[in-house]
Design a protein around this ligand. Structure first.
Ligand code: ZN
Length: 248
């Protein structure tokens, strides 16, 4: 059983660019590399379509064709293409999963990863479409259509949304997303990725706190830097909020 992770875009093609200048290709690669590390440490054979910020071909069409050739040459059973979403509306937010129309192994994988992302990100909106009985949306994306492996494309969050762009840039978000993707893959192929193996409890709570603070506008990605000076007050607010919510 082999997994291929495909960080979208790269090199000449930066993908979508966030309002603060974050390149989608760089975020996609960071999440894919972290996912690969977790999968490999769980003994799951994993390859990446690209290991650095490079393109596959000189223009969009040859780039996609060469990308698919590269993925197919790995002989992987599953391919997970990792992206960040973009919209002209800065408030568009959340995470989406795409598979080809119809039902296949990609849909089972999508459901597995969806469940783990939902569990790991209580504040992140998940953009689902249950009309065909599972949470993924359907699309004829080139990478889904032409790869021989069962394929899934994840849009982790909206890089065009200032709060989510800031969140995508944090190591904590990238690691938590990587862990959720890896666990979902492990669930699907019957090779458990041990929970929390990559994060201690505080790192996990801190990630949730930063995510919550960003989504509620309590910290500012432009002026608060790495949020270290805000984390103590934010932690108290977050714990009060979650406790209050639990009582209510
Ligand atoms: Zn993309």
């Amino acid at each position: 059983m082999k997994i291929c992770l495909d960080p979208g875009h790269g090199g000449r093609d930066p993908g979508a660019i966030g309002p603060a200048g974050t390149k989608e290709a760089v975020i996609n690669l960071a999440i894919a590399q972290k996912t690969a590390r977790i999968l490999r440490s769980a003994g799951i054979d994993t390859v990446l379509s690209r290991e650095s910020d490079v393109e596959f071909g000189p223009n969009e069409m040859t780039d996609l064709r060469k990308r698919v050739e590269t993925i197919n040459a790995t002989g992987a059973d599953y391919v997970i293409s990792i992206h960040a979403d973009a919209s002209t509306s800065p408030s568009a937010n959340g995470c989406s999963f795409y598979t080809l129309p119809g039902q296949g192994l990609g849909d089972i994988l999508a459901t597995g990863i969806h469940d783990r992302v939902k569990e790991s990100f209580p504040s992140l909106a998940i953009r689902t479409d249950y009309s065909d009985g599972d949470p993924d949306k359907e699309a004829n994306y080139y990478v889904l259509r032409w790869t021989t492996a069962s394929a899934l494309l994840i849009e982790c969050a909206f890089i065009s949304n200032p709060q989510e762009e800031a969140m995508l840039n944090t190591t904590a978000f990238q690691e938590n997303m990587a862990l959720a993707i890896a666990k979902g893959i492990g669930d699907t192929i019957g090779k458990p990725v041990s929970p929390g193996s990559n994060q201690d409890a505080w790192a996990k709570e801190k990630q949730a706190i930063i995510e919550w603070g960003l989504l509620h506008g309590l910290i500012n990605p432009k002026s608060d830097g790495d949020y270290e000076h805000a984390i103590v007050s934010l932690t108290i607010l977050y714990r009060y909020h979650t406790k209050f919510k639990a009582v209510k």
